[in-house]
Design a protein around this ligand. Sequence first.
Ligand SMILES: [Zn+2]
Length: 173
Amino acid sequence: MKIFEVFYYCNSQYECRQQLIWQYQAWPDEVKPPVCRKCNNCVNRIANKLKLLDGKEEIIKLLEVVEYLTERNEQICPDDIVDVFRGGKTAKIKQKNWDTLPVYPTEKRKILKTKELAQFALTDLVVRGLVQEKIILRKQFENGSLSSSIVIIGVVPGAQASANMQMWYYYVK
Ligand SMILES: [Zn+2]
């Protein structure tokens, strides 16, 4: 498995894990198996009575945030994207005046409203190849230990048009 698929699998809260694994190794015209109703995500989804909602409009907005921030800044990390997308009021947002950007929302998001779901949607964009990320490993000079961080490179050409042709359904409380 590739690393971003692993993140996607780990960050999922309500998607059936059996379906997620199936999705990764399925042939193009294979029929999707039903949800298993036994894995922790299925149990979580059933217990929370979630609704499966169309998040396409907000996915396009998320792409706009990625594009805007990565074109004008170096070293944008996933949290920066998610915080701006959700209209966060963090110290970094204030310091960088990101709350004055045209992509900063004027009202709360309705679908990708929690931080977890916005992070999951961003990973979804990466797994589907519309947003590019890279992992930077750093060696600490003093003790030689490794630390890693994820940097968002940007959107691929034609990402919005491609997103428009795909389905973006998410479980929402
Ligand atoms: Zn399941």
